[in-house]
Design a protein around this ligand. Structure first.
Ligand SMILES: [Ca+2]
Ligand SMILES: [Ca+2]
Length: 269
């Protein structure tokens, strides 16, 4: 149709596109796209999760709802390769056990570092250590599970889910930070349970859950009775119950050994 009627209807079709289709496209696109996570990190959205347990050890009680703002957290425990980059760039002291082939491979988690070392590395990367709440939320999601993969441990079925004591999981000491894909957390973090314990930001207080704030708890104040930092997740020397993501361990911030490592958090301003 080349007559005036044909042009008119084409014009009408254009107006249809402008008034109907474009607003539809705009309203269908997300209002605020998720921030892009830095390389090697995972985005954890703001919101509530269930922290602690009502049936576990005394210092895990009670189960309580906690809100955190959104943040980024490392998908893996910090590796030797990453930590040595920091040592080379800053002149920071080398980690212990780098002469032991069981612990020094580049893709294995760094061990032999204190809480102070872990915090120095985290700051150099533009972040800090996770609070206990941030660590537990990233390891567990919001459904009250006891391990990152769920609530059931069946040795016959879940064989390569987690690095615990013994070599039936393929590794008698530490394992590569990206091993045990089957045991990832609901947010995709590797090895929150097992491999190495992970230093957290908070001072340890066994009664903290009974008094902690609901919104973004950052741990108790340091007191003369309370001089240790929290560690979470268990390690390659624990049994399967020892690596439940609700367990809370602690030690002095200067201690270094073969079972303590860490991962970092980057807060979102
Ligand atoms: Ca093992
Ligand atoms: Ca771990």
């Amino acid at each position: 149709m080349n007559g005036p009627d044909g042009k008119h209807s084409l014009l009408k079709r254009h107006w249809f596109f402008i008034f109907i289709f474009i607003p539809f496209v705009l309203s269908a696109s997300p209002k605020s796209p998720l921030p892009k996570a830095p390389q090697g990190m995972v985005y954890i959205p703001e919101g509530y999760f269930q922290m602690g347990t009502s049936s576990g050890r005394e210092d895990e009680k009670p189960m309580h709802f906690v809100f955190t703002p959104a943040y980024f957290i490392d998908k893996y425990e910090v590796s030797n390769a990453q930590y040595l980059e920091f040592v080379r760039a800053t002149g920071h002291a080398m980690p212990l056990h780098m002469d032991d082939a069981n612990f020094s491979k580049p893709d294995f988690p760094v061990v032999g570092i204190s809480w102070n070392d872990a915090m120095a590395y985290s700051k150099w990367k533009g972040g800090r250590l996770p609070t206990e709440a941030e660590w537990e939320k990233a390891a567990r999601g919001n459904d009250d599970r006891l391990w990152p993969w769920g609530n059931v441990w069946d040795r016959g079925f879940f064989f390569y889910f987690v690095n615990i004591f013994g070599d039936q999981d393929n590794y008698p000491t530490t394992a590569p930070v990206n091993y045990y894909q089957s045991g990832i957390s609901p947010f995709g973090l590797f090895n929150t349970a097992g491999n190495v314990w992970e230093w957290c930001l908070d001072w340890y207080d066994k009664d903290y859950y009974r008094v902690s704030p609901e919104i973004n708890p950052e741990g108790p104040e340091k007191t003369p009775f309370n001089q240790m930092k929290v560690l979470r997740g268990g390690s390659w020397i624990n049994d399967i119950d020892g690596v439940q993501v609700v367990h809370r361990a602690r030690n002095y911030p200067h201690i270094k050994n073969k079972i303590y490592g860490f991962r970092t958090v980057r807060p979102i301003p």
